[in-house]
Design a protein around this ligand. Structure first.
Ligand SMILES: *Cc1c(COP(=O)(O)O)cnc(C)c1O
Length: 370
């Protein structure tokens, strides 16, 4: 008899307790509900310019290959990444988005007997990956919205296998300075894996921002993760990667699915890597628009957390759900971050200038009405 059978009772440790990741509603459904057609989405930190036109061409030319399995080793893409980053291709692990690689790291190193450390207000995938293997999440309180690296070192025990740090962090936009990162790397025991999540590193312009890649040689326990979802404009295709020692990459590659990155994603990523100008233009536009948003927020009396990425979290000084709904009703979709422990903030992705104009106008309307 299957009646009364509760699969949660036999689920692997941790799985039944997972709070599923809350994806946003599909834009078409939202528009249908609201009766509008021209909404703008500033909710997921994608590149508002989309991918380079060269990428679209590369995708079109690979379409006839769809019936074939992709290159399971990602040989060409890894070689191109290796050449660009001056690392060996054996140091790279490709993922179905960098989320995939983040999960591979936890699966490769942690079990239900271990702990994984990350910060309060950090990326939602870290607790998900941790719980999926039944490991214990150790959440370290943030300091001024940023990672408290000293406190993160203090909670490391013999059970700790992985520490996640994001630089810049999502959803706060805060970043770790060079001297802070160096102190942290020195303080973490060499048998603990440090994941430095650099999903937004291409956007950063701050002079004291450390490049994780400089620390791979002296710290063989360091894993960098990066993505084509943000500045490269390929979020829908799902492709990311890690850079680590060859020994760590070997372990990660053993447990990844053989065809985890599809052929369109590989071709698109390869073409995206070859268009540096496009990345540079995107970065400059983002920087200029972010500064403009700061200025306008200040005029409206709104405070915000200064960001090194392509998004900014704005503090409304009270639960932000009403503002979120009011923006939505005007067709402006942003991201509530109450589930990140930030109920008074909304995270806003920097759009192209026309989108930011619309956001600012909509915000003014909300603030006047409330
Ligand atoms: C967006 C983001 C990623 C990228 O995820 P993908 O799976 O590569 O799309 C990784 N880390 C953080 C902190 C992010 O915000």
């Amino acid at each position: 008899m299957s009646e009364g059978f509760d699969p949660g009772m036999i689920a692997a440790p941790g799985v039944a307790g997972i709070q599923p990741y809350q994806p946003g509603k599909p834009i078409q459904e939202l528009e249908a509900e609201l009766g509008i057609t021209n909404s703008i989405k500033l909710a997921s930190n994608e590149n508002p310019r989309g991918p380079s036109p060269k990428v679209i061409k590369a995708i079109e030319s690979i379409l006839p290959e769809i019936p074939r399995y992709p290159d399971g080793g990602g040989i060409v893409l890894k070689r191109a990444l290796g050449a660009k980053l001056a690392v060996e291709s054996e140091q790279i692990t490709l993922g179905n988005g960098s989320n995939d690689v983040l999960e591979l790291v936890v699966r490769a190193f942690a079990t239900e007997h271990n702990s994984v450390i990350f910060s309060e207000h950090a990326f939602a995938v870290y607790p998900l990956a941790t719980q999926a293997v039944g490991a214990r999440s150790v959440v370290v309180p943030a300091k001024d919205w940023a990672h408290d690296l000293e406190a993160m070192v203090e909670v490391i025990t013999a059970e700790t296998r992985v520490v996640f740090i994001a630089n810049p962090n999502n959803p706060t936009g805060t970043w770790i300075r060079k001297n802070e990162l160096e102190k942290f790397l020195q303080a973490v025991p060499s048998n603990v894996i440090i994941v430095l999540d650099e999903a937004y590193f291409e956007y950063v312009m701050e002079a004291d921002y450390p490049k994780g890649i400089d620390y791979l040689a002296p710290y063989p326990n360091l894993v960098l993760t990066r993505t084509f979802s943000k500045v490269y404009g390929l979020a829908g295709l799902r492709v990311g990667y890690s850079i680590s020692s060859e020994a760590i990459a070997d372990l990660l590659n053993r447990i990844r699915q053989p065809f985890n990155v599809n052929s369109l994603a590989q071709a698109a990523a390869l073409a995206a890597l070859q268009d540096d100008d496009y990345v540079e233009q995107s970065k400059k536009l983002n920087h200029a628009e972010l500064q403009r948003l700061y200025g306008e927020f200040e005029k409206m009396g709104l405070s915000y957390i200064e960001s090194a990425g392509n998004f900014v979290s704005v503090d409304f000084g009270r639960p932000a759900n009403e503002i979120y709904d009011a923006l939505l009703n005007q067709g402006v979709i942003v991201r509530p971050v109450a589930n990140y422990g930030m109920p008074n903030h909304l995270r806003i992705t920097v759009g192209i200038p026309e989108e930011n104009d619309r956001l600012l106008n909509a915000l003014r309307v909300c603030l006047e009405d409330s």
